[in-house]
Design a protein around this ligand. Structure first.
Ligand code: 1GP
Length: 225
């Protein structure tokens, strides 16, 4: 997981053809994350899992609803939304996960993510009742995840919008043992390449459903494009 440079995020509530799923899973990406902000159910996660399971790529379920936890994934990422006003999204869901699946922690299947959701227009921002953050706030969250808690992953989430490159760079300077995930608005090979080097793991979501060919070009070393 530490070596992952790129991951695709598939939304169980969105349709992607069998060929599209094959292209994503065989793209050379380091992982396929299943997660979404709304309409995630056990049934649609299961349906998607069955389609991606045959491929030889690490599979991650990002748990946003305890009712939609499907067995069989390689990893279960449990987000803790640090800038949520609501304790449910910071601590209670993690607590519930430990009550139900705590024995998997020792096998390192469950991984905690410290999330900071920046884009106020994002569904995830609204769903998890976040408060807006300044640059100072974001850097302090990164330090908190690196030094105080600490957590294995800091996820800077812009979902739907490209973040400010200078700020992303500053965040990366705060993190050394923490794995730095960035996600949001990566729409081209050039944007992906610009993040290489200071983001540990970039996550590409929406563009898969809008322009699959371009999405595939965000994979490092992709020959297309
Ligand atoms: C969403 O961070 C991911 O959780 C990816 O964002 O959908 O904007 O690519 P996009």
């Amino acid at each position: 997981m530490k070596q992952w440079k790129h991951a695709f995020k598939l939304d169980p509530n969105k349709y992607l053809s069998e060929e599209g799923i094959r292209a994503v899973c065989e793209s050379g990406t380091d992982a396929v994350i299943v997660g979404g902000s709304d309409g995630v159910t056990f049934d649609n996660v299961w349906e998607l899992f069955e389609k991606i399971e045959p491929y030889d790529v690490p599979l991650v379920l990002e748990v946003s609803d305890m009712e939609a936890v499907v067995p069989g994934f390689d990893y279960y990422f449990v987000p803790s939304v640090l800038n949520s006003k609501d304790k449910t999204w910071v601590l209670d869901m993690q607590h519930q996960a430990m009550k139900t699946y705590g024995d998997m922690v020792e096998e390192q299947l469950i991984v905690s993510e410290g999330y900071c959701i920046v884009n106020e227009e994002a569904k995830a921002f609204q769903k998890t009742n976040c408060f807006p953050v300044t640059e100072e706030d974001i850097l302090a969250y990164a330090r908190l995840v690196e030094h105080l808690f600490p957590l294995p992953i800091f996820y800077l989430e812009y979902s739907g919008k490209m973040g400010d490159e200078a700020l992303i760079r500053k965040v990366s300077e705060e993190l050394s043992r923490t794995q730095f995930f960035y996600g949001g608005g990566i729409q081209s090979k050039e944007e992906a390449e610009a993040l290489e080097g200071f983001v540990d793991t970039m996550v590409v979501g929406n563009i898969i459903y809008e322009d699959l060919e371009t999405a595939l070009q965000t994979v490092p070393g992709s020959k297309k494009g």
